[in-house]
Design a protein around this ligand. Structure first.
Ligand code: GLN
Length: 268
């Protein structure tokens, strides 16, 4: 019995040593210096590309013009990609899947009028901010809801885009039972037009676009704080984060960023 145990122990030891050696030989196959230069060259999911995840139903930041995704985010990301010598590829996915997708290294960046929040910062890093937004309330013309207090006090139901800050805030304020979640802001607005919900909470610029595109709706601004928009990047990818921040800084300084915003949000 004792012999058997000894044999088992020594077999286990040999096994462990085998693993240790395998580990060593694995590492010695590529030298430290070539690892470092490879990391410097390839700092995106796919070499030569900047893959951006967005939800292209958020005008004027991202929306379809024919089959092309355009908008403020698309153009800023394209200008950044050019500065980094990369080709921009845009993937249109659900807003709620962007942070997890970037975290899983499926996409290099999330760029979707995304508000910087403490909660999201647990999962991803944010670049410096490039725009601001505030949450707005959309109601039907002639609605009895005239402000946020009135909305809260009643038994009204509110439509939101799933997983957005509007969803998070209003669910906190009103409780889940009074919130209807949609995959797209436009679907929430359609539900408002159809009388399925009494109001929609969404960022002010898309709110303006939706109200302009649908008759019989108007905007009430909420007392919520101004939010900062930024792109999110995988927490392991400091190289890309720094490169994007550098490019953003240049685009802010040379007026490109302002020009892109002015193209989509004409000053009144
Ligand atoms: N700014 C909001 C957020 O980050 C909404 C963004 C969006 O719907 N694309 O949650």
């Amino acid at each position: 019995m004792k012999k058997f145990i000894m044999k088992a122990v020594s077999l286990a030891l040999v096994g462990a040593m085998g693993f240790a050696f395998a580990g060593c030989s694995g590492k010695s196959q590529s030298s430290e210096s070539s690892d470092a230069s490879a990391a410097e060259e390839q700092f995106t999911v796919e070499k030569g590309k900047l893959v951006m995840a967005t939800n292209a139903a958020f005008p004027p930041y991202e929306f379809y013009e024919g089959d092309k995704i355009v908008g403020i985010d698309a153009e800023i990301a394209d200008a950044i990609a050019k500065k980094l010598g990369l080709e921009l590829e845009i993937q249109d996915i659900e807003f709620d899947s962007i942070v997890t997708g970037v975290q899983a290294k499926k996409y290099d960046i999330g760029c979707a009028g995304m508000t910087v929040t403490e909660d999201r910062k647990q999962s991803v890093n944010f670049t410096s901010t490039y725009a601001t937004g505030i949450q707005a309330i959309i109601v039907k013309d002639g609605s009895a809801i005239t402000d946020f207090e009135g909305l809260k006090a009643g038994t009204y139901h509110v439509g939101v885009q799933q997983g957005t800050t509007g969803d998070i805030y209003i669910s906190d304020e009103l409780g889940d039972d009074r919130v209807e979640r949609f995959n797209k802001g436009a679907d929430a607005v359609l539900a408002l037009s159809n009388g399925q919900v009494d109001a929609v909470i969404i960022d002010n610029e898309p709110a303006k676009s939706f109200v302009a595109a649908n008759t019989g709706l108007k905007i009430l601004e909420t007392p919520y704080a101004v939010e900062d928009y930024a792109m999110c990047v995988n927490k392991d990818n400091e190289v890309l984060l720094n490169k994007i921040n550098g490019a953003l800084d240049e685009l802010k300084k040379d007026g490109t960023l302002d020009a892109i915003v002015a193209k989509y949000i004409p000053a009144n």
